[in-house]
Write a protein that binds this ligand. Sequence first.
Ligand SMILES: Nc1ncnc2c1ncn2[C@@H]1O[C@H](COP(=O)(O)OP(=O)(O)O)[C@@H](O)[C@H]1O
Ligand SMILES: [Mg+2]
Length: 228
Amino acid sequence: MSLEEVSRLPWVEKYRPKSLDEIIDQEEVVASLRNILKTKAVPHMLFAGPPGVGKTATAHAFARDLFGDRYIDDGHFLEINASDERGIQTIREKVKMFARQIPMGGYGFKILFLDESDQLTDDAQHAFRRVMEQFSTTCRFILAANYSNRIIEPIQSRCAVFRFRPLVKADVMKFLKRIADGEGREVDDQALEVIYDFSEGDMRKAINILQASASISNKIDEKVVYRV
Ligand SMILES: Nc1ncnc2c1ncn2[C@@H]1O[C@H](COP(=O)(O)OP(=O)(O)O)[C@@H](O)[C@H]1O
Ligand SMILES: [Mg+2]
């Protein structure tokens, strides 16, 4: 990507964490995932929690830390978004195509990430559970969901469940300040507090409000935020 293209990216993309080291809060989750990285014994996992708190980002960061920068290009990791493809048939085909190829680089398994997995119907979940069983020697599954209770029990019981929480105020404010600095914008603490209150600990929302505020004015105070 050229520098110009990077500068046009939405900030949520531009400042997306690349490694577990960059995941903010979620200490318990990150600590467990680090242990898993050490042993390389990767279980099936279910990431549960509200929107914008790092579930998708953590799945990618984990895979990059495990397989390296080329984790996608080298075929170690595939993301499927269940809200785009609710039909289990296409999911099954994709999973099969992916899992059928022998894992490369001596890892012994690949990772399939099913994002927004609570969007699948119960029937599709039962079918997916059979896919999990069928391919679990060569494929580990990471599922992300807003509500773990919308995931059928037989899938839950096959997964290590990781609970993601809303981010805390001080950490969100610090990160927003860093982004503002990186973008050459001035933002005061009151504005950051208001942004946090609107976001309710959802980092995606917080970053988007900051970027929208920045499009109104280079100097971001409380009044600017209220105009978003
Ligand atoms: N815990 C976090 N640490 C760092 N950045 C985060 C975190 N949570 C969310 N973000 C930011 O918000 C964006 C959306 O996060 P994402 O992982 O897609 O949320 P979720 O999948 O939980 O809805 C990410 O690109 C990242 O910039
Ligand atoms: Mg997500």
